[in-house]
Design a protein around this ligand. Structure first.
Ligand code: HGY
Ligand code: MN
Ligand code: MN
Length: 409
């Protein structure tokens, strides 16, 4: 049994149309018209594949295929939201892989012992509200009502308001929770978003460790003043202070070594005029490392840098948006994936994931397998993101064979 590459291509191209920035990459934020269009496409394809379709309280789309016994369930999927001006494969490739596996099982009239759920997770990127890994964290019971009220988009709309307006009452969020005893395994196919597989000429990456992530929103308060009449010795310039912290983020990560990374991806200056000394700066900090100790050291270094940069009238606030520890995925699942690939003449490489994935949250609930397919030029989170459909098919086939083994018990 194997996937049909033309159906993979059709799904990817169809879903890529649901973007707020046509011609400038895929922008598909959660609880938006683009979300609605993509979710309706996914639900229709799940129904056509014979699945029972529902949406959980967080807004994740779940298609279920019954087995001979009611549970525990084998899950396969990824996320269907995107970053701003992203590519057509990030997350979507894993949702399309799940859709195609459902079709193949239907075509071959396969009856598995355990049920299988095909998942399209919501708000993994955190592109609209910050944070991220929202759908999987809701399944893990790690989304609080407080977070739904606190996290707001660029227009000041909270996650709770957006959910309510879209048809998902925020007060029901706890209903999305899944019990570990009800789950048998969670599998995710994702594009690598890096250069390793392409450079090595390897078909499929089998992920051993996913880096830990901490993400902060920082606000530095200064004093807006006239840029012409305020002497340099009398300023509380929020942007000068922020720029010192931005430099520290880069230095801390570089000096930490071991693959640690630090990024300031978004920075806003207010009031934001050439002739006004910046009174307030808001920016994000994203640290990643494959061990918790390094992550803790990076956070401590950030706090030191903030205290040193904010003297006198300058103040700062530091709000944690996401904190997920590094995870090592189970060796037994990795071995199954490698064996399935070898049986199909597909090459594999065990590797680290520098990107975060829903799989890292689901690893707290059940056994998890995460595989990568190559990204052209290692590019992602940009319109240039690309994966050859034949390469995607190889990953889907490895997942299909492995899931059949796990679902047979
Ligand atoms: O940020 C990440 O690693 C993922 O794309 N959400
Ligand atoms: Mn991403
Ligand atoms: Mn992703």
């Amino acid at each position: 049994m194997e996937a049909k590459v033309e159906r993979l291509q059709r799904d990817i191209e169809a879903l890529a149309q649901f973007t707020a920035t046509p011609g400038a990459g895929v922008t598909r934020f959660s609880f938006t018209p683009e979300d609605r269009a993509a979710r309706e496409y996914i639900k229709a394809e799940m129904a056509r594949a014979g699945l029972t379709v529902r949406e959980d309280a967080a807004g994740t789309v779940i298609g279920r295929r019954e087995g001979e016994v009611p549970g525990p369930v084998v899950m396969v999927g990824s996320h269907f939201d995107s970053v701003k001006h992203g590519g057509p494969f990030d997350g979507t490739a894993g949702v399309v892989a799940a859709l195609e596996i459902a079709r193949v099982l239907q075509e071959h009239n396969v009856k598995t012992r355990y049920p299988i759920e095909f998942i399209a997770m919501i708000e993994e990127e955190g592109g609209r509200f910050g944070g991220g890994l929202f759908g999987s964290r809701a399944m893990a019971g790690k989304v609080s009502r407080e977070e739904l009220l606190r996290n707001k988009d660029a227009q000041g709309i909270s996650t709770a308001e957006a959910m309510a307006a879209f048809g998902f009452p925020p007060e029901n969020i706890k209903a999305a929770e899944r019990r570990p005893e009800d789950l048998k395994a969670f599998f995710e196919l994702h594009i690598e978003q890096g250069p390793v597989l392409e450079a090595a000429g390897i078909d499929v990456g089998v992920v051993e460790t996913i880096v830990g992530i901490v993400e902060y929103e920082v606000e530095i308060g200064g004093r807006p003043d006239h840029a012409g009449t305020t002497p340099m010795t009398m300023r509380a310039d929020a942007l000068v202070a922020a720029s010192r912290v931005v430099q520290a983020v880069e230095r801390l990560a570089r000096e930490a070594g071991g693959g640690a990374v630090g990024t300031v991806g978004r920075l806003e200056v207010a009031p934001g005029a050439a002739n006004i000394v910046p009174g307030r700066v808001r920016f994000t900090v994203d640290f990643r490392a494959k061990d918790g100790r390094t992550l803790a050291d990076l956070v401590a270094g950030l706090k030191t840098a903030l205290h040193e940069a904010c003297q006198g009238e300058l103040t700062f606030t530091l709000t944690e948006k996401l904190s997920v520890p590094p995870v090592v995925l189970p060796e037994a699942i990795r071995a199954l994936l490698v064996r399935e690939a070898e049986a199909r003449g597909i090459s594999t490489k065990v590797m680290l994931s520098g990107a975060g994935h829903d799989a890292m949250v689901m690893a707290g609930l059940t056994d998890v397998g995460l595989i990568f397919v190559p990204s052209r030029g290692g590019r992602s989170h940009c319109p240039e993101e690309w994966t050859d459909y034949a390469a995607l098919k190889k990953g889907v086939d490895v997942l299909l064979g492995t899931i059949l083994q796990i679902a047979e018990g």
